[in-house]
Design a protein around this ligand. Sequence first.
Ligand code: AMP
Ligand code: ZN
Length: 497
Amino acid sequence: MNKYEKFPLHLHNSLTKQKEKFEAINPPHLGLYVCGPTVYSDVHLGNCRTFVSFDFMFRYLMHLGYNVRYVRNITDVGHLLDDGEDRMAKKAKVEKLEPMEVAQKYANGFHKMMDILNTLPPSIEPQASGHIPEQIEMVQAILDNGYAYEKNGSVYFDTVKFAKETDQYGKLSGRVIDDLLSETRELKNQDEKNNPADFAIWMKADERHIMRWNSPWSEGFPGWHLECSAMSTKYLGKTFDIHGGGADLKFPHHENEIAQNHSACGSHPANYWVHTNMLLMNGKKMSKSDGNTITPQQLFSGESEHISKGYDPMTVRFFFLQAHYSSTLDLSDDALLAAEKGFKKLMNALPLAEKLVAVSENSNYDLTLSNQIIEKCDQCYIEMSNDFNTAKTLAVLFELAGKLNEIDNGQIKIQQLSTESIERLKSTFTSFVKDVLGLKPEEKGNDKMDEVMDILLNLRKDARANKNWALSDQIRDQLAAAGIVIKDGKEGSTYTF
Ligand code: AMP
Ligand code: ZN
């Protein structure tokens, strides 16, 4: 029996707003599409939380035995600012780069960060700018089916007609078309559109736009929502299994994606919609404008007024895992300190699991204790299959870590355990920690380097104790010049490269 049959997955489907038993269209194959980053600036921590969430979903689905095709796009065109300027093009002007250089620069940074956080690469990572013909084809199909109209070289989706004729608009986001119609917000090209709720699927480029392509309607570029419809259809088919993204994408992005797919292909794009919740800091939305923000790099180096020290990327990943993906998560120094302790405690048990060896032909084992361990191993699957509940999975893993420690300190003798229970304990603990949750032991630097740094930090500590500020500053400054940053915290000094 497949693991996914033994521990069937239940998912909260944002479309039906209910937890449902997951049924793949064509098991063991499974299509997963996740909206990727817009690569015009450095990836921020909120983005990291979302992509780590989809990473553990991807990992668990594979662990259950699904053959997952995970498509995560790169948005490098069509994502407009409120004033109608393309985000990429604007950044290109500011940084005096080609738009594609901007996209490459931030895509590289994004991949590096995903690597640092130990996320697996998707199966396919299509770029919007590499799929212009597919998007033009989809615009044409929507026009042919009567759900779009052309005005002055731009093509607009006829949201009102679609909503009235199909009864499909607003199901995901809960928006009511009549409310949208009464919105009087000033929008770009408002005068061109028949209704404020209509949206551009092809835009004629004005002279500011350097990213432009030929099309039957004008030299222009596709609307932002179109790329995900076109690329998910191309790589996963007209209807696939799961579509994901951050909760802020439900409207308008995903609602419009659904409308485009219905109009072009006559079908709903995904059977299940999964949305991850936002990352907050100190109880408030992270915001650059009021200083309530921290970059991943600052979080790792400790160079921020919001934290007392730098945190290992795996502590940050563990911190994300401690909450359910659909709850908001509040980042604070206290929460990170607690996560660091928890992460270390869990990882200390990993080598104990890895070195476990079952006693062969052991028939005098303790049945109750052995069954208890097997049940806890099953519980890890039950919790993860319950809408990817990483928080509860971690709680069960801590119980298993307790058993591993008892085996290690002799409170539980290996002879008390059945061969099956030992094998299950070993394989479940190691595979859940490493393969499913994607945690890996903290990277130890070069041991000799650590020793040298300890000597220098102790010398500096002595200098400070003797009020020899000149020497302590000299050590700090010369290390900084060599790219090693010393951070003084309550629990002593630490260093990062
Ligand atoms: P963007 O690059 O802005 O298109 O965002 C990439 C992904 O990150 C999207 O799925 C967003 O919904 C998600 N996202 C943006 N801000 C946050 C946040 N504060 N917390 C969690 N996810 C976020
Ligand atoms: Zn998308």
